[in-house]
Design a protein around this ligand. Structure first.
Ligand code: PMP
Length: 428
């Protein structure tokens, strides 16, 4: 039986206005994720911390095991059978990722450790040789620290200035301010596709258009987009796009930097070492072509192969079905949490992905998280590496339930019941 029923949903099966689309066989999908059957503290695990890291389907776990069991060898340099097989599997993963994001060519998919390393690579290899005092980098108030700190480092190194486009009280980017802050001084505009702390989905194409008109190069942090929605880097019109494997059901320690070819080709190597050279003498080293030039050293081979398996799994399900299911989940979660008087949702953008950030009046987020953990519910509490967002909303921390396509409305009911229990425990 297929994971997705592609017959159009009957009107009665459409939950409260959520986008119609192919329906997921969620029970079947859940069986693909061994960890979802886990009991935590004697209760069935309710895993709602997907924005921190997503769980892995059997297909990913098996691909990694199969590599270590049957094909383990270093890649690219070997002439023996295992090395050839490992190389082929790793490069097949690159091609799958290329297809997923609609990159022009596989060599525009650079394997990195994750979104963080992707941003740092662009900051150091693209930004550092180019930026001068007086130049500017434009980011937004909703960025994850990994799309703030690398730019601050770059500013310290080059004398460039950081500008920050503000958000409104729904957690949406102020487009008028973003546009106002762009000028001929802006050399780089870097912003999230989807905010991890708020769930806000940014209008990337529009922002990229504005930034390009000002002459800036555009980097999009897609760490929270690729688990939820189709990404077409050419349609988005970005110059660089970064994301992490572990948030899209693949392994930790591997991610991707996509770049437009002419930009990647102009980048000096980020790191020196093996794999990235054509020839080395003590007088002169000639660098290899893309993607090797930007991938020094032995990569996370099993990670790349595992990410390729995650991409294959996601492609089999399809982002249409994922988006339709998650829209229904988000709507349900917003409603059941919204019915609790002590709960205030943080991040109510009109265009939002699967994140429910909230505070409970009179209860610190960490205390709430600890009580929910006793009930087997895994959420994240804290600043979510987005302290400026917390500052905007005047809170030290939020509780964040972040959803994936394997979550159910029943799990959100368990969360809401858990939050009511938290209120009871703390007498609020
Ligand atoms: N950007 C966003 C929006 C994120 O949510 C995260 C991870 N929380 C990152 C970047 C960094 O990802 P990683 O730690 O996998 O490099």
């Amino acid at each position: 039986m297929a994971l997705v029923d592609r017959t159009p949903p009957r009107p009665s099966s459409r939950r409260g206005g959520a986008a119609p689309g192919p329906r997921l066989d969620v029970e079947r999908i859940r069986r693909d994720f061994p960890i979802l059957a886990t009991q935590v503290r004697g209760k069935p695990l309710v895993y709602l911390d997907n924005a921190a890291t997503a769980q892995k389907p059997r297909a990913v776990i098996d691909a990694i095991s199969a590599y270590y069991e049957s094909d383990n060898a270093n890649i690219h340099r070997g002439v023996h059978a295992l090395s050839i097989r490992a190389t082929e599997a790793y490069e097949a993963a690159r091609r799958r990722i290329q297809a997923l994001i609609n990159a022009e060519a596989p060599e525009q998919v650079i394997f990195v450790r994750g979104a963080t390393e992707g941003v740092n690579l662009v900051a150091q290899s693209y930004g550092r040789p180019r930026l001068r005092p007086g130049d500017e980098i434009l980011i937004t108030e909703m960025e994850h620290h990994s799309n703030i700190v690398p730019w601050q480092l770059l500013c310290e190194q080059t004398g460039a200035g950081l500008r920050v486009a503000p958000i409104n009280d729904r957690g949406e980017l102020r487009l008028d301010e973003f546009e106002r802050l762009l000028s001929e001084r802006t050399k780089i505009a870097a912003f999230a596709h989807v905010s991890n702390a708020l769930g806000t989905v940014n209008p990337v194409r529009e922002l990229a258009g504005l930034a390009h008109r000002a002459g800036a190069v555009v980097l999009v942090d897609g760490a929270q987009a690729t688990p939820h929605q189709a990404v077409d880097v050419r349609q988005l019109g970005c110059d660089f796009y970064v994301f992490s494997g572990h948030k899209m059901f693949g392994p930790t320690g591997v991610g991707v930097l996509y770049g437009r070819r002419e930009l990647l080709e102009a980048l000096p190597p980020y790191q020196g070492g093996g794999e990235m050279i054509l020839s080395v003498t003590f007088e002169k080293t000639v660098y290899a072509a893309l993607p090797a030039r930007l991938e020094a050293g032995t990569p996370h081979i099993a990670g790349g192969i595992g990410l390729g398996a995650a991409v294959a799994y996601l492609s089999q399900i399809g982002y249409d079905a994922i988006a339709a299911h998650e829209a229904a989940l988000l709507e349900h979660g917003t409603r059941v949490l919204g019915e609790i008087p002590q709960v205030r949702l943080i991040g109510t953008a009109a265009h939002k992905a699967s994140v429910l950030s909230f505070v409970i009046d009179g209860v610190h987020a960490h205390d709430a998280g600890t009580v929910l953990d006793q009930l087997g519910i895994a959420i994240r509490t804290g600043h979510h590496c987005a302290q400026p967002v917390m500052q905007h909303f005047g809170v030290p921390a939020t509780c964040r339930a972040s959803l994936a396509f394997y979550n159910t409305t029943e799990e959100l009911d368990v969360l809401a019941a858990g939050v009511r229990k938290v209120c009871e425990v703390f007498g609020v």
